[in-house]
Design a binder for this molecule. Structure first.
Ligand code: PXP
Length: 249
């Protein structure tokens, strides 16, 4: 089955709104694991708007599954990531003003910095994915970079409607197939929710989905156990029955 990594950033967003000690993203991550998450993802942003350095340390020491740390190519962030003890890293673009990660990494433009940092992650046994748009040139550059994984940005698919959504889905499938043909392994994420996850879970070659906002938001109503279990069930149903259309089971 396609693995589910739950992104816990927005639990920290709520905590940071009051600079309180609760809600605790670590306790919430442990709840995600109990409910069947295959791993936990967090994004240590340079502006520290949600996850803090201490959260990363505590997540790594307390969760039992894999920690996937998202970070930019900024030298300070890369240094922190290398020391974090996380097993997996997703390299993302980051701008100060954006509400969330808006586009994929410009792998072609970042070739030089990637050539410097990828060996450093590899030396520590870290598995790196590059968060990129479903763009052939970027995928080819990702394959040339030597990174083992890409994470396909599903944000455009998530906000598209009707025929446009279908076109975005086809672009993602073509991207996943091309990536696999170039030796890359493929994850996907951004903007996925209970209603739109099924077609992405069914994309051939996709191994892991990173989902945060929708699960955190749903958990406000049903609790973390049910929110994670329902997303797992939606993914399982999609991959079991290729004709199902998704939604909260
Ligand atoms: N993947 C990456 C690389 C991201 O930056 C994010 C958002 O932090 C996600 C997945 C999860 O997106 P969402 O919170 O919309 O599910």
């Amino acid at each position: 089955m396609v693995r589910l990594h739950v992104n816990v950033d927005h639990v920290a967003t709520v905590r940071q709104a009051r600079r309180e000690r609760f809600p605790c993203p670590i306790e919430w991550a442990l709840g995600c694991e109990s409910a069947g998450a295959d791993g936990i993802t967090c994004h240590l942003r340079k502006d520290r708007r949600h996850i803090q350095d201490a959260d990363v340390r505590e997540l790594r020491s307390r969760i039992r599954t894999l920690l996937n740390l998202e970070c930019s190519l900024d030298s300070e962030m890369v240094a922190l990531a290398l020391e974090s003890g996380a097993e997996a890293f997703c390299l993302v673009p980051e701008t100060r003003q954006e509400i969330t990660t808006e586009g994929g990494l410009d792998v072609r433009g970042e070739r030089a910095r990637l050539a410097q940092v990828l060996p450093l992650f590899a030396e520590r046994g870290g598995v790196v994915s590059l968060f990129i748009d479903a763009d052939r040139e970027q995928l080819a550059a990702a394959a040339d970079s030597g990174a083992p994984f890409v994470e396909l940005h599903t944000g455009r698919y998530a906000i598209a409607r009707g025929d446009e959504r279908q076109r975005e889905l086809e672009r993602l499938q073509a991207a996943a197939s091309f990536a696999r043909s170039r030796g890359l392994r493929v994850n996907a994420g951004h903007g996925l929710d209970y209603d739109n996850v099924a077609p992405i879970a069914r994309l051939e070659g996709v191994e892991e989905l990173n989902i945060g906002y929708a699960i955190v938001a749903h958990a406000l109503f049903v609790g973390v156990d049910a929110a994670v279990a329902q997303m797992r069930a939606a993914i399982a149903k999609a991959t079991r029955n290729s004709k199902s259309s998704g939604g909260i089971p």
